[in-house]
Design a protein around this ligand. Structure first.
Ligand code: IPM
Ligand code: MN
Length: 347
């Protein structure tokens, strides 16, 4: 029997119960489809930081490298560790070290979920650049704490980085409804974003079957609210994609439904799957967080592992549960009740 080795990093807050809930569903899907998932759990988190002074051990990346995939819950507990420390100590270095340059985030309404827009029928796939751009981390501060203080943070866009994410976006569009929206702000940012636009035009020549439209991010934000049904694949830089995918999560009914996959398309290192939401300290101990975002992310993991049948089954089970109204409204159902409904639908 095929066994996949999965690294579990539940992390902080609701990350822990979300990963536990999703894991029961994924294991069951494996049992039904003739493969095994073997979990190795890593306690890397803000608690770990308080005990050891680091979010993960110095050899954390090398420890993760042999795994087939990583399932992550959430990182961050700002009351104990500043977010800029916890995120730069765990989540962001994994994305970069493993060249998970494509962050894929689907935005559509599950059956039974009423989004805040009074419309249905949109199905957007956001492709977010995930390793460079505004998140490059290049910069610094001088004259700290004085009236002359200066803070600089430089966005870095490389030809390699922009080309590979755009090609990934074109490929996704080709495999779906053939439409690609490329999002920049080239009317204001005349170096990086003009470069991105030029690359889009150049690469489009290789995809005559894909209809590509450039948008400025402000216009895209409005379009995702006013006319999301006109969008298919949306490709954007790291920060723009980050912001647009919270908007995407909102129109699909909330962060409880928003899944994501940090993909290394070259498969030279493991990819990582995580819900878009964070650790949610405000509800972390209430047992009411929605595990659907993590379960859906897990389905994306199964798909990446080549288990398309199992992935589709998990999504069918999620949809069967939400169609019955389970987990469709915030706080209405408990985490375990939602997970159990999905398990039951899975059979
Ligand atoms: C996300 C999150 C992260 C990001 C944070 C926690 C650093 O918001 O995955 O969207 O900005 O990438
Ligand atoms: Mn985000």
């Amino acid at each position: 029997m095929t066994t996949y080795r999965i690294a579990l990093i539940p992390g902080d807050g609701i990350g822990v119960p979300m990963v536990d809930a999703a894991w029961t569903v994924l294991e069951r899907a494996g049992a039904r489809h003739g493969f095994q998932l073997s979990a190795t759990r890593f306690p890397w988190s803000c608690d770990f930081y308080r005990e050891t002074g680091a979010m993960m051990p110095a050899d954390g990346i090398e420890t993760l490298r042999p795994f087939d995939a990583i399932l992550l819950g959430a990182v961050g507990w700002p009351a104990a560790v500043p977010d800029a420390v916890s995120l730069h100590g765990l989540l962001l270095p994994i994305r970069k070290a493993f060249r998970q340059y494509a962050n894929i985030r689907p935005h559509r309404l599950l059956p039974g979920v009423e989004g805040p827009l009074r419309k249905e029928g949109f199905d957007i796939l956001c492709i977010r650049e995930n390793t460079e751009g505004e998140y490059s981390g290049a910069g610094g501060r001088v004259h700290v704490g004085t009236p002359d203080e200066v803070a600089v943070e430089t966005a870095i866009f490389t030809r390699v980085g922009v080309e590979r994410i755009l090609r990934f976006g074109f490929e996704q569009a080709r495999a779906r409804r053939g439409k690609l929206a490329s999002v920049t702000k080239s009317n204001a940012q005349k170096h990086t974003m003009v470069f991105w636009d030029e690359m889009t035009t150049a690469i489009a020549a290789d995809y005559p079957d894909v209809e590509v439209t450039p948008y400025h991010i402000d216009a895209m934000a409005a379009r995702m609210v006013m006319a999301p049904e006109t969008l298919d694949v949306v490709v954007a830089s790291n920060l723009f994609g980050d912001i647009l995918t919270d908007l995407g999560a909102a129109i699909q009914g909330g962060l409880g439904f928003a899944a994501s996959a940090n993909i290394n398309p070259d498969r030279t290192a493991p990819s990582m799957f995580e819900p878009v939401h964070g650790s949610a300290p405000d509800i972390a101990h209430l047992g009411i967080a929605n595990p659907i975002a993590t379960i859906w992310s897990g389905a994306m993991m199964l798909e990446h592992l080549g288990e398309q049948g199992a992935a589709a089954d998990v999504m069918r089970a999620v949809e069967a549960a939400t169609a019955r109204g389970i987990g469709t409204r915030p706080g209405q159902d408990r985490t375990d009740a939602i997970a159990n409904a999905v398990l039951q639908a899975l059979g």
